[in-house]
Design a protein around this ligand. Structure first.
Ligand code: NAD
Ligand code: WQD
Length: 334
């Protein structure tokens, strides 16, 4: 019997890439999403890539009745929970929207999992839970201090709620995956990051500059204490990240465990501009502006735990990320 999975947020950026890897590996996958930040057409791309069009529920996680109906219809072995709002700066302006959606949706999901005895969960967390500490981050560091946004605090709160759940019910197995900076697209060019709103993250913004939709990239500060003065991040290819979810599912243990998923490599904003120029053969117009409030000078992962316990490590580098993102852009623009 195939193991069956419910993937919340499965039409979104990271969810859709993970669904492709799951189906390819032989899992029976169903997707739940309210399409707030993704498009139904993604299901066709998934079918093109895997030969399978997963069953889809257009359901909002906050709708407890509709959610219970989904769980009543099928006995899932596990849930991968990607669904949530992710615009960090918006969360500082509309904290209630973020807490209501991201915490409220997760409560409903956990209640259904408990009611229907589905006790394996892989949760999309974020390196943001480490707050402002020196890198590299490893999982033994404290979390929850100096988190700069309601978005990040909600991730931390959910991690803690899941700890309580696991302590109260020893039947639960929860893997917390703390992503660093996901980027890139499927090498086929069929799926990638296609947000419904104006993008906030560096890679989608670079692509908007590349297509001429934005006149230039604003580099937020060149006076940080880093080798070239710009901020350093740990960008990881979305296909590597998707495969990290498979590894977590394969190795999940009873109780609560957190893993960093990052490449361990620090890349600066200027390195990203150079990588773009090399991959595209084009110059990227940019202008250095003031620092962005809340940005840390550097953060990157120590992913040793995922390497040793999940047998996972990144295979793609920043040049692959640029190549695949540009390829996705070409596909989108026909
Ligand atoms: P995404 O916006 O592309 O995907 C999230 C999906 O969740 C969307 O399709 C959206 O429509 C859906 N959704 C949101 N609220 C919902 C609700 N109430 N009910 C049902 N569906 C809902 O984002 P992504 O980049 O794929 O991120 C997936 C997860 O990973 C999120 O939880 C995000 O916080 C987390 N994460 C993302 C990053 C990143 O940089 N992309 C980094 C760390 C963690
Ligand atoms: C990357 C670097 C900017 C835009 C955020 C969340 C984090 C996680 C990933 C969800 C920074 C610089 C950016 C621009 C720039 N998400 N930059 N000009 O802030 O590292 O992380 O997304 O969990 O929680 O905080 O990502 O892509 O916004 O920025 O110079 O127009 O690019 O200063 O150094 P960030 P980002």
């Amino acid at each position: 019997m195939k193991e069956s999975l419910l993937v919340t947020g499965g039409t979104g950026y990271i969810g859709s890439h993970t669904v492709v890897e799951l189906i390819t590996a032989g899992y029976d996958v169903e997707i739940l999403d309210n399409l707030y930040n993704s498009k139904i057409e993604v299901l066709d791309q998934i079918e093109q890539l895997t030969g399978v069009k997963p069953k889809f529920y257009e359901v909002d996680l906050r709708d407890s009745e509709a959610l219970a109906n989904v769980f009543a219809g099928k006995k899932y072995d596990a849930v991968m929970h990607f669904a949530g709002l992710k615009a960090v700066s918006e969360s500082t302006k509309k904290p209630l929207k973020y807490y209501e959606n991201n915490l409220g949706g997760t409560f409903n999901l956990l209640r259904c999992m408990k009611d229907y005895s589905v006790k394996k969960l892989i949760f999309s967390s974020s390196a943001t839970v480490y707050g402002d500490q020196p890198s590299p981050f490893n999982e033994t560091l404290p979390t929850g201090e100096k988190i700069s946004s309601p978005y990040g605090r909600a991730k931390y709160m959910i991690e803690e709620i899941l700890k309580d759940l696991c302590a109260s019910d020893l039947g639960f197995s929860v893997a917390i995956l703390r992503y660093f900076n996901p980027a890139g697209a499927h090498p086929s060019g069929l799926i990638g990051e296609d947000p419904n709103d104006k993008p906030n993250n560096l890679m989608p913004i670079i692509m908007k500059v590349a297509t001429g939709e934005f006149p230039e990239l604003l580099v937020y500060g060149d006076d940080y204490n880093t080798p070239d003065g710009s901020c350093i991040r740990d960008y990881l290819h979305v296909v590597d990240l998707a495969r990290g979810h498979l590894a977590a599912l394969k190795h999940i243990q009873p109780g609560w465990t957190a893993y960093n998923l990052g490449s361990g490599e620090g890349t600066s904003v200027f390195d990203m501009i150079t990588a773009f120029e090399q991959a595209s053969g084009k110059k990227l117009p940019y202008k250095v502006v003031e620092r962005r409030a809340g940005d840390l000078a550097a953060f990157y992962a120590d992913s040793t735990k995922a390497q040793t316990e999940l047998d996972w490590q990144t295979e793609f580098d920043i040049n692959d990320i640029m190549r695949d993102t540009l390829n996705y852009l070409d596909h989108q623009n026909g």
